[in-house]
Design a protein around this ligand. Structure first.
Ligand code: S3P
Length: 424
């Protein structure tokens, strides 16, 4: 994909459905009693992997134009798949499935693509084993994973070493099948979509600060779910709007769960003009966001803000490269074990454009404000690196090229079409 420098970005758009919420809507709908109609579902490759896995366990799922309809099998209605489940590039599918499969009465194995094969699964295996699960992986840490029926799961209180919603969710989902309560205590609160959606389906989940406690239910009660637009996808346009000189862009219907809005806090701290209108609240809070051209300056991003913007750090690094002064990203080691090593990837690609950026042990330092030039950017087979560098290209002089641009289909299949529709 070739991209040219742009000065202007104007219009009104929507972004595809939230990836995290789309996964959960299918998974919990599959475990519920009754029919779940999901609107706003993200038809990206990751969420299609989740649908495929549940279909292979006997769940009827219709992927319609307007909605996805899941016929719930109930907590104990999943069937043994006839071959290993394949989770593609999706960490959320892989880790959340571990929790669900730990409670089943049949054996399964799980594998994914080359990136999934490198991602740590020991963080999920350890607590699930403490709950009584029989789960093994390569070197105790990697896919393929094998999950065999356990004699019975029991609830635990688990202090997670990292703030990870995938880890928290895997434990809580195993807790649906456990004797007694299951409690997860996180070092900082990660996204709470699992807790919110389970509560909406009638499960008792008590949350306080970084602690979530689940009481095993008799059943999940199906209900319709409207998936809001993904703030992680909106983030690319928020940064593009903030860095380009002639921009005013409204993104309608974006999920603004406070555990996900770190990107808004960070961009505003950097001086970005972002307004929020038309608030409404169903299972998740939603609003319209408007961004205008802004004059950005560097900040420090770290601590408990990190889990609230973990997926947006690559595009925030782009914002920092266009901001005056120094931005420090710290406490972000988790970025090394995402779809790619996102610290190494962003440092390499921003450097290619002429940015002054340096890798640190737990993040990076970006000394912004240097004029950037177009380049041929690599994507590391990582959707968010591809879209971040596309945003960067809009602010670089001349022409840039994004290699393997098809990788955006993981979370935002129409990204480049939307970008070109905005003109310029
Ligand atoms: C997700 C949790 C986060 C995030 C990922 C989606 C989820 O991962 O990076 O894109 O849906 O629970 P971690 O749990 O590894 O932090």
């Amino acid at each position: 994909m070739k991209l040219w420098q742009r000065t202007s970005l104007r219009g009104v758009i929507t972004v595809p459905g939230d990836k995290s919420i789309s996964h959960r809507a299918v998974m919990f709908g599959a475990l519920a009693q009754g029919t779940t109609r999901i609107t706003g579902f993200l038809k990206g490759e990751d969420c299609l992997s989740t649908i495929d896995c549940f279909r292979r366990m006997g769940v009827s799922i219709e992927l319609g134009e307007q909605a996805v309809t899941v016929q719930g099998a109930g907590l104990h209605g999943l069937k043994k798949p006839d071959s290993p489940l394949y989770t593609g590039n999706s960490g959320t599918t892989t880790r959340l499935l571990c929790g669900i499969l730990a409670g089943q009465s049949f054996e399964t194995s799980l594998s994914g693509d080359a990136s999934i094969a490198k991602r740590p699964m020991g963080r999920v295996i350890t607590p699930l084993r403490q709950m009584g699960a029989d789960i093994t992986g390569v070197d105790g840490n990697y896919c393929p994973l094998t999950i065999r029926p356990a004699a019975g799961l029991h609830g635990i209180t688990y202090h997670t070493p990292v703030a990870s919603a995938q880890l928290k969710s895997a434990i809580l989902l195993a807790g649906l099948y456990a004797q007694g309560q299951t409690c997860v205590v996180e070092p900082a609160l990660s996204r709470d979509h699992t807790e919110r959606m389970l509560r909406a389906l009638g499960v008792q989940v008590d949350s306080q600060g970084g602690t979530a406690r689940l009481t095993p239910p008799d059943e999940l009660r199906a209900r319709d779910i409207a998936v809001p637009g993904d703030i992680s996808s909106a983030a690319f346009f928020l940064v593009a709007g903030a860095i380009l000189p002639d921009a005013e862009l409204t993104i309608r219907n974006v999920g603004v769960n406070p555990t996900r809005t770190g990107i808004l806090d960070a961009l505003r701290d950097m001086g970005a003009s972002i307004t929020m209108d038309n608030f409404r609240d169903e299972i998740e809070p939603v609003c319209d966001l408007t961004v205008r051209s802004s004059s950005l300056h560097g900040i420090t991003i770290g601590g408990s803000l990190i889990p609230r913007l973990i997926d947006e750090l690559p595009v925030l690094a782009v914002a920092a490269a266009f901001a005056a002064g120094e931005t420090r990203i710290c406490d972000a080691q988790e970025l090394k074990v995402k779809e790619s090593n996102r610290i190494a990837a962003m440092v390499a690609e921003l450097s290619r454009a002429g940015a002054d950026v340096e890798e640190t042990a737990d993040g990076m330092v970006i000394r912004g404000g240097k004029p950037l030039h177009g380049a041929a950017f690599q994507t590391y087979n990582d959707h968010r690196i591809a879209m971040s560098m596309a945003v960067c290209a809009l602010g670089c002089t001349g022409q840039s090229e994004i290699a393997d641009d098809g990788v955006v289909a993981i979370s935002y299949p129409d990204f480049f079409q939307t970008l070109s529709r905005l003109g310029g």
